[in-house]
Write a protein that binds this ligand. Structure first.
Ligand SMILES: CC(C)(COP(=O)(O)OP(=O)(O)OC[C@H]1O[C@@H](n2cnc3c(N)ncnc32)[C@H](O)[C@@H]1OP(=O)(O)O)[C@@H](O)C(=O)NCCC(=O)NCCS
Length: 415
């Protein structure tokens, strides 16, 4: 009997967690805490007669795409024991997970990669970015009025949580957070010197109902002992606000300038916060990419919305050896803010005139081309340049550009 893909039992929880923690993922808590925030049902393993060959941890948060939440999965941690690496076990485990997700009606999966080649081989591709910015506190806006601020305990993030639910649909790619997501933020805050500030909006401004907060920030303070001049990193662990409150949220932290305060945060590029900053002194200090996998082409492309005014269609000729149910010729038709996806039994040959494609024209692509197209991460012409999309004509690119136009995909969580 060969290796088997399966879930794990409570009895195995500690051993599987140990295998994963052994790798030393950044930000993972001590083992006993990890067992609390990573329940057994999140793990999948490949084992051979009791010997663990590979293990991963997956969560199932939906993601907001243009204001609609679509089921998704996040591969959070992945490890094969050193003695079993390079023998195909990780690839098999990932392929089995994708099949499980498809069965469960989860059309996409995302992850933060440690390397591109392993995940590209499974059909993942870069589909969004975290941009890390920093600004010295003396360069932040100074005016809090007419807003007011107050502190709330790190262990009671109910108000930020309620506000996040209103804001997340406006963030392209944001997770529909659950209890565990908020526990994770609280834990990261508890581990350090951190506080949570809530911004109350004046009713007259109508940025939020008078009795509800207009913004929040969970910020951790890291004094840099070795810096040549006093430097205090203010690391934003989580934040958000209603439209019109960005400058006030930043102003909340301006007072740390006297302590050598440097505010650091992750955002999309461009980050809407930049429009609230008064001068040029904000630096982009780093950028990481997250990857997405279209698990089920038809389910994914019909589930997400499209700009309401766009209408047209293209034929996609897809080759997807890891998820063979996606392989084939598909017509993607966009109209009225939605899409229909239909498999063409006869293949691309003989297809009637399609938008931009000309007679019988089809765009050839694979899972790696579909991922950044789905999120709107990059211009379709860049996918052509990268060899991930082969277009029959310029009109089809114009249509794809319009159909997949969106805010820059981003998630607040650097997972
Ligand atoms: C990444 C990992 C889970 C892959 O598991 P595995 O059982 O070795 O996977 P497979 O044998 O199926 O696939 C290995 C393939 O991935 C590639 N690969 C794995 N790690 C890689 C890396 N860091 N850089 C480049 N390629 C890598 C291998 O070169 C190999 O490709 P090949 O088949 O063309 O030779 C394993 O190497 C591991 O545990 N690494 C340390 C922890 C880690 O990085 N986890 C991922 C966090 S996102």
């Amino acid at each position: 009997m060969g290796a088997a893909y399966r879930t794990i039992t409570e009895d195995e929880h500690a051993a599987v967690a140990a295998l994963i923690l052994h790798v030393g993922f950044g930000g993972t808590p001590p083992p006993e805490e990890y067992l609390r925030v990573a329940p057994p049902e999140q793990f999948r393993v490949l084992d051979d007669a009791g010997e663990l060959l590979s293990a991963l941890r997956v969560s199932r948060l939906a993601q907001w795409w243009l204001g609609r939440a679509v089921p998704s999965a996040q591969v959070l941690h992945f490890a094969s024991p050193p003695q079993h690496r390079g023998q195909g076990h990780g690839s098999r485990l990932l392929a089995e997970l994708l099949a499980e997700l498809r069965e469960a009606g989860v059309p996409t999966a995302t992850l933060r990669p440690s390397n591109f080649p392993f995940y590209r081989a499974a059909g993942f591709e870069a589909a969004g970015a975290w941009s890390l910015y920093e600004a010295r506190c003396e360069h932040l806006p100074k005016r809090l009025a007419p807003f007011r601020a107050r502190q709330v305990p790190i262990d009671d993030l109910a108000e930020p949580r309620a506000l996040y639910q209103r804001i997340a649909p406006t963030r392209h790619g944001a997770f529909a957070r659950d209890d565990l997501s908020w526990r994770w933020i609280a834990r990261r805050a508890r581990d350090r010197s951190a506080l949570c500030l809530v911004l109350d909006g004046p009713g007259a401004l109508q940025v939020a109902p008078p009795d509800e907060p207009a913004g929040w920030v969970v910020v951790a303070f890291e004094f840099q002992r070795d810096a040549p001049v006093p430097t205090n990193h203010l690391q934003v662990l989580d934040w958000g606000c209603m439209p019109g409150a960005d400058a006030a949220l930043l102003a909340l932290l301006a007072g740390y300038s006297s302590m050598g305060g440097v505010l650091r945060w992750s955002g999309p590029d461009p980050d809407p916060a930049l429009f609230a900053l008064p001068d040029l002194h904000t630096r982009l200090v780093n950028r990481f990419h997250w990857m997405l996998r279209v698990v089920d082409l038809r389910a994914a492309f019909t589930a997400r919305p499209y700009p309401a005014g766009v209408a047209g269609r293209v034929v996609l000729e897809v080759d997807d050896p890891v998820c063979p149910w996606n392989t084939g010729t598909w017509r993607l038709e966009v109209a009225g803010g939605g899409a229909g996806v239909e498999r063409l039994a006869g293949g691309a040959a003989g297809v009637e005139r399609v938008a931009g494609g000309g007679r019988g024209g089809a765009l050839r692509t694979g899972a790696r081309g579909l991922a950044p197209l789905f999120t709107g991460f990059t211009d379709p012409a860049d996918l052509v340049r990268a060899g991930l999309l082969a277009p029959p004509g310029p009109d089809s690119l114009e249509f794809l550009r319009a159909a997949f136009a969106s805010p820059r995909p981003w998630t607040a969580e650097l997972y």
